[in-house]
Design a protein around this ligand. Structure first.
Ligand SMILES: Nc1ncnc2c1ncn2[C@@H]1O[C@H](COP(=O)(O)OP(=O)(O)O)[C@@H](O)[C@H]1O
Ligand SMILES: [Mg+2]
Length: 369
């Protein structure tokens, strides 16, 4: 019997829209001769919804139509239950008044918190159902920029120096605020980058050139997360690398992003579209191989499975390679960097989606002890 894949789209994070864009590409790429597909949307408020229309129709919609459908709370609410009676383990049942779907594997096409951070992965573990991508530990460590830096620092791979600010400490008193600002200024020259620890898509990130911008940037980042980082500025080229596999991961050819704005911000990523992408990146053989092997080492050290996109900086004057961040469910539209890098390496979008599903099943088998 054909296996049934649950494709979860939308989600509660700031990257809801990005997820909808990614999911349309994924829905169109799953080989329906091999698998059945059950798409389910998660609204921004967190409700799970079936889509009214069959997959064939849904696939041809625009992401805006999916967004409006979820925004208007259309569609039947989904109930989840395990099925261990008369069924092999690893079955999840989704049902509503009019529907019942047996699920064999979950494909969470979700970015950011409540999707890429180990929460839905934990739910799948408890339900004993295979899923695509990283497990609970890798997802949550990779989602947190401070935790990822701590893991990478054990590998002797360079990264931007950083200062951690916690909301409860920083906001204790005006004196404490000033002290922390002074500490940052003592450590780093301007400009500095200020980032929430747990977001993506450049949301809440600023580049501060002076004390005033530092104060505003901290306030902005703290409005998104109680833990934030202030980082030294690296004057660098931005090089990304795709990693694919479970326990023997492989690296794609790296690519370069040349941001249009002062840095690669949210507007630039999704709306202005003026950044340039060079795939594969122009690098010496030595640099390329170093990035690929560092990518594989980071993937393994974080105990990732399935996929990850690892982003590096290559310092413009020295050529030094710095780890910047890791994404366990990177943007996944047909024109996103991760699939594009694999395409340049010889793996088509459709083959990539098929491989990720297979890796999900394999990981499930491998973790049964
Ligand atoms: N330390 C840094 N030095 C220089 N540029 C940076 C630094 N940190 C971030 N940036 C710029 O900000 C962008 C977004 O930061 P990043 O850490 O990748 O966050 P996100 O998870 O939101 O993508 C990067 O792509 C880069 O353009
Ligand atoms: Mg980034």
């Amino acid at each position: 019997m054909k296996k049934n894949i649950l494709v979860v789209v939308g989600g509660q994070s700031g990257e809801h829209e990005v997820s909808l864009m990614s999911s349309l590409s994924v829905l169109n790429a799953i080989n329906e001769e091999k698998y059945n597909i059950t798409p389910v949307g998660i609204t921004k408020k967190g409700a799970w919804k079936f889509f009214d229309e069959p997959v064939e129709v849904l696939k041809k919609k625009s992401w805006e139509e999916l967004r409006d459908y979820l925004k208007n709370e259309e569609g039947e609410d989904v109930s989840l239950r395990t099925n261990t009676q008369n069924e092999p383990k690893g079955k999840l049942v989704l049902w509503s008044q009019h529907r019942k779907e047996d699920i064999d594997l979950v494909f969470p096409v979700l970015h950011g918190p409540f999707g890429e951070d180990g929460t839905i992965q934990g739910m799948c573990e408890m339900l004993n159902i295979p899923y695509v991508g990283a497990g609970v530990l890798a997802s949550s460590v990779a989602m947190d920029k401070v935790m990822s830096k701590r893991v990478v620092s054990t590998l002797g791979i360079r990264q931007a120096d950083y200062h951690i600010l916690l909301k409860e400490e920083y906001e204790k008193s005006p004196k404490e605020k000033e002290q922390q600002q002074l500490n940052i200024e003592k450590r780093f020259a301007y400009p500095v980058f200020i980032k929430p620890a747990n977001l993506g898509s450049s949301v809440g990130i600023t580049k501060a050139h002076n004390r005033e911008e530092l104060i505003d940037g901290i306030a902005l980042a703290l409005s998104y997360d109680r833990k934030i980082l202030v980082e030294e500025f690296i004057n660098a080229r931005e090089i990304e690398c795709g990693i694919l596999g479970n326990y023997y991961p492989e690296a794609s050819l790296p690519a370069e992003i040349i941001p249009h704005n002062e840095f690669y911000d949210y507007r630039d990523k999704y709306f202005d579209g003026k950044s340039q992408y060079v795939i594969p990146a122009e690098l010496s053989k030595e640099q390329r191989e170093k990035i690929q092997s560092q990518g594989e080492r980071i993937f393994k050290a974080m105990e990732c499975t399935g996929l990850a996109r690892i982003d590096f900086f290559v310092e413009k004057t020295t050529g030094e390679i710095y780890f910047n961040e890791i994404n366990t469910m990177p943007g996944f539209t047909k024109i996103s960097m991760y699939p594009k890098m694999w395409e340049a390496t010889g793996v088509s979008y459709e083959a990539l989606v098929g491989e990720l599903i297979e890796l999900g099943f394999q990981r499930f088998e491998a973790t049964k002890v």
